[in-house]
Ligand binder design. Structure first.
Ligand SMILES: [Ca+2]
Ligand SMILES: [Ca+2]
Length: 162
């Protein structure tokens, strides 16, 4: 009986550790229990926000909280977004208050990876850049851009693992 209960416990442990997964087409990032995917089309930031939100329960335009998570997304972009020329939207924005960057859940942006060349970002160019993207031309470091940037950008979406 003891053996049986031990076996049952082990099975439960196994199940609890292997329970998280991502839907097909999403990549799993274990440290934050998150799934990421790319939208390989050209969208304004608000279109990308709505499209990410429509994909699954809890999904939204992506956020990252550490350099490791940022690198994970960059590797995903490199694998799946090779044709994109400009970059990929993330959820970070300063639409509400200039210079104060927040994610879509309202939390302040803490980790950042702003581009430093040719000028230091964010530069709010023409006083009109409030939406942040991973910038292909600058090794996918971050840039603030016009939210309705001509031609649109691809995007990265994030959702909690299932
Ligand atoms: Ca701005
Ligand atoms: Ca900028």
């Amino acid at each position: 009986m003891k053996t049986l209960s031990l076996v049952i416990s082990l099975v439960c442990v196994e199940v609890s550790f292997s329970a998280q997964y991502c839907p097909r087409g999403w990549s799993y990032y274990p440290p934050t229990g998150s799934c990421f995917t790319t939208l390989n089309k050209h969208l304004y930031w608000d279109e990308a926000r709505r499209e990410c939100a429509s994909l699954a329960r809890g999904s939204s335009l992506a956020s990252v909280s550490t350099r490791e998570e940022n690198n994970f997304v960059i590797n995903l972009i490199k694998r799946h977004g090779a044709n994109e020329k400009v970059g990929f939207w993330m959820g970070a924005n300063d639409l509400r208050r200039e210079g104060v960057y927040v994610w879509l859940d309202g939390y302040k942006v803490t980790f950042t990876d702003w581009s430093k060349t040719p000028v230091v970002q964010p530069d709010d160019w023409k006083n009109n850049e409030d939406c942040v993207h991973w910038w292909k031309a600058n090794g996918y470091s971050w840039n603030d851009a016009h939210c309705n940037k001509t031609g649109g950008l691809s995007a990265v979406c994030k959702m909690p693992a299932l």
